[in-house]
Design a protein around this ligand. Structure first.
Ligand code: G3P
Length: 225
């Protein structure tokens, strides 16, 4: 009889640099990590290192921090600095040829890289070949231009399974709960979601109606007693 290997559960990350959103989701007990990007950090208007340190006190899981340089030597230097901030930092590197070089160099030093701005399964294949820990395909931005973003998640899953790549598929640029459900059905490793999507996940109108009815019926019983 063969031994069965249980798949790990899809991890849920918050796609934000807002610490109050991170605290709220962490309190719900469903938060496994955080992804940031330069736009999200700029929105907060705070010192980047300070924000990353604060996030690391709230979440005990991967925290992605992106480089803003575009040549391999500069990205490697920036990545090393970011990785020193906390043991849970994953360095986000853009999918460009200089980024491939930087990812290979950082990965060989044991620094975990999240290759970002990925829009095709071929780009994801390259990310895995250079040793990225995570690959971030941007689903919503593909949907925005009339392509079905989730299709590339299926393709990446097939390619990674074909060759037993260890790179984890991190579904990014998520716009609504259906993206989260589809990511889980495909078997993606991680889904990173903005706070407005995260707060929708536990809700269903029938849950609210059902709870209201249970409580009303219970109150009638206590009046009778
Ligand atoms: O953090 C990367 C990605 O999730 C960005 O999403 O909504 O700006 O396309 P969005």
């Amino acid at each position: 009889m063969g031994t069965s290997v249980l798949p790990s559960l899809m991890k849920l990350f918050l796609d934000t640099a807002n610490v109050s959103e991170i605290r709220t989701a962490a309190d719900w007990g469903i938060l496994d990590g955080v992804t940031t990007n330069p736009s999200l950090v700029a929105k907060e208007g705070r010192d980047f290192t300070e924000v990353l340190r604060e996030i690391s006190t709230i979440v005990n899981g991967p925290i992605s921090a992106e480089v803003v340089s575009t040549t391999s030597p500069e990205m490697v230097a920036e990545g090393r600095k970011l990785a020193k901030i906390h043991k849970n930092i994953y360095v986000k590197i853009p999918m460009i040829t200089e980024g491939l070089k930087a990812t290979k160099a950082l990965s060989s030093e044991g620094i975990r890289v999240n290759m970002t701005l990925v829009f095709s399964s071929l780009q994801a294949l390259l990310a895995a070949k250079v040793g990225a820990a995570f690959v971030s395909p941007f689903i919503g931005r593909l949907d925005d231009i009339g392509q079905t973003g989730m299709e590339i998640i299926e393709e990446i899953k097939t390619i990674y399974d074909n060759y037993s790549f260890k790179t984890e598929i991190l579904v990014a640029s998520v716009r609504h709960p259906i993206h989260v459900k589809e990511a889980a059905m495909i078997g993606a490793d991680i889904c990173t979601v903005p706070f407005n999507v995260m707060e929708k996940l536990p809700h269903h109108s029938l849950t609210d109606v059902g709870l209201e009815r249970f409580l009303k019926d219970w109150a009638k019983l206590s009046k009778k007693a």
